[in-house]
Write a protein that binds this ligand. Sequence first.
Ligand SMILES: [Zn+2]
Ligand SMILES: [Zn+2]
Length: 223
Amino acid sequence: MSSQKRRPQPRKGRTAAAVRTSRRRPDRALGLVGIAVVLIGVTLVFALRPAHSDPGLQLGDHWHAALGVYACDHWEGDGSWATPFDRSGEPVKAGTTTYAPMHSHHDGLIHMEPAGSADTGSAASLGNYFTFNGFELSSTHVKFVSADLRNGDRCGTANGTLHWLVNGKERTGDPTKYLPRDGDWIVIAFLPETKKITDLGKPPSFGHLATAESSPPPGHTSG
Ligand SMILES: [Zn+2]
Ligand SMILES: [Zn+2]
């Protein structure tokens, strides 16, 4: 008697559970799709965010970075070198009469002052600064003021190689692609193996960063 009564109960229970499970399946599937959509959305937001938060030099910016080029045993040009200016005092690209949006004012600083959108972002590169000023740079070669050195050339009695560094940390790869940031100090050094670029310290122009805007040159009032 009692066993007959008990048997149907578990069956009913199982049936009810099966019904509940079958009802829940579409909900669960929809839930998983929803989670996937949210995850894709979050991933896209994070993937796109760096491009928005770090666009590089923009119109209206006026940035300064200190540059030093070390040739074997001395800072070439010290903290000042002649960069091309026209008669009105406007900095121009070497060999042209076109405004140079990256230039120096006899202070060893890279002044980054874009005049149009073509001067912004990836165009504000260390390589373009060298080109605008009539110098040359690659990962194995530097031509700057009176130095013209490439890997394998002699530094005294030893062979030298080119190194570069930003804010105290040595970098590898193509220095021409580097996009200087406001306040950076950048060292390009041609050194024998016995010398380390990290031992050179800050370039002579570093002290000019703090007063970059205080003495605007005639004809180019923005500094
Ligand atoms: Zn300037
Ligand atoms: Zn400036």
